[in-house]
Design a protein around this ligand. Structure first.
Ligand code: TXA
Ligand code: MG
Length: 338
């Protein structure tokens, strides 16, 4: 058990004194949780295998699941991977931002970071706190999302503290993250770019730069475990059992409430026809934004609130199926997997 310190920091203009302290913790091999524009990350010096090993231990993360290395910009990432012209052009267009690129790794990257694999995931975050920390320590920072393995990612410092108190050195509390959903992971190691994880950066924006992206899930489970372990496992799951309704979820919610469950219901809008009153003390209804970006920004927050309220069932109204909702369907489907 170590003492976890939580320090508030301005999200727009981070206090240089606080950033200097956090950079010092990283240089000495410690673990620092920090906000990014997607979710909170749990960082360690990516070039220090022992520090990186502490991330896996703190999260309870399987060591075969590789980490994303955060960098200030493409220039800092050049020595970490083999850069292709396609990689240069997407990085020039989308960094800093919610895009992770998978490239062939260089010898500079410890195998602990890549789970023994020959590729490395790289991302330059745009959040001012993350950027200030990267600039101050001058190191690449390995950082998965700051949650226990398989649990819902943290979008607030409170979520990080609840999950990792006593397991990490420092939390920089920059308030709620704006994106709310993880970065898009794009592999550029094959002839055709491949989507390994849909995320905050919409796929159509990427396709405008790199051409058609292979969206197929990798069929062979053996190779999938190596290419994108996060794509296989139950992931992003709240404590309550989550199900995606084939409709607005009303009849399922009614059934669950009547059989005495504590139910969370994520829906788009209350319709007059289905708004008969029922057992409100065992039901929490969240009216979700109708746009994918707004929905994504709110989703994990709602799931954390339902965990804190001890919901044992969560019913989600079926979201739209167009591309903008790809990442949300992905996270909901995985949260529903048992
Ligand atoms: O938005 C984000 O990406 C956040 C913030 C903190 O940057 N990070 C994040 O990290 O979501 P994590 O570890 O929770 O998810 C990283 C995903 C996992 O699915 C992992 O398997 C995949 O990226 N990944 C990492 N390295 C990889 C590699 N070399 N090849 C394929 N997939 C990789
Ligand atoms: Mg994660």
């Amino acid at each position: 058990m170590i003492r976890t310190e939580c320090i508030k920091i301005g999200a727009e203009r981070p206090d240089p004194g606080v950033i200097a302290r956090a950079a010092d913790v990283l240089r000495r091999g410690g673990l620092v949780a920090f906000p990014t524009e997607t979710v909170y990350g749990l960082g360690a010096n990516a070039l220090d295998a022992a520090a990186v090993a502490r991330i896996f231990k703190a999260k309870g993360r399987p060591e075969r699941n590789p980490l994303i290395v955060h960098v200030l910009d493409a220039a800092q990432a050049h020595s970490l991977a083999t850069w292709t012209p396609a990689a240069e052009s997407v990085a020039a267009r989308f960094w800093p931002g919610p895009l992770t690129l998978v490239l062939r790794k260089s010898d500079a990257v410890p195998e602990m970071v890549t789970a023994g694999g020959s590729t490395v995931a790289l991302r330059a975050p745009s959040h001012p706190v993350a950027r200030a920390l990267l600039a101050e320590c001058g190191l690449p920072i390995a950082a998965p999302s700051a949650n226990r393995s398989s649990a819902v990612s943290a979008t607030r410092a409170e979520h990080v503290l609840r999950a990792l108190d006593g397991r990490i050195d420092l939390i920089l509390d920059g308030g709620a993250t704006s994106g709310g959903i993880e970065s898009t992971v794009l592999s550029l190691v094959e002839a055709q770019p491949r989507l390994l994880r849909p995320g905050l950066l919409p796929v159509d924006e990427l396709e405008a730069i790199v051409g058609t992206i292979n969206r197929a899930k990798i069929a062979d489970p053996g190779s999938a475990a190596l290419a994108a372990p996060g794509m296989l496992e139950r992931h992003y799951a709240p404590n309550g059992q989550l199900e995606i309704a084939p409709d607005d979820g009303y009849s399922r919610v009614l059934e669950l409430v009547r059989s005495r469950h504590r139910v969370g219901w994520l829906r788009f809008a209350l319709k007059e026809a289905s708004s008969q009153p029922f057992a409100i003390d065992r039901l929490r209804v969240y009216i979700m934004p109708r746009d994918a970006a707004g929905y994504g920004a709110r989703l994990y927050d709602v799931l954390h609130e339902l965990d804190a309220w001890a919901a044992d069932r969560i019913v989600v109204e079926l979201p739209p199926s167009d591309d903008a909702w790809l990442a949300i369907h992905d996270r909901l489907t995985r949260a529903a997997a048992r």
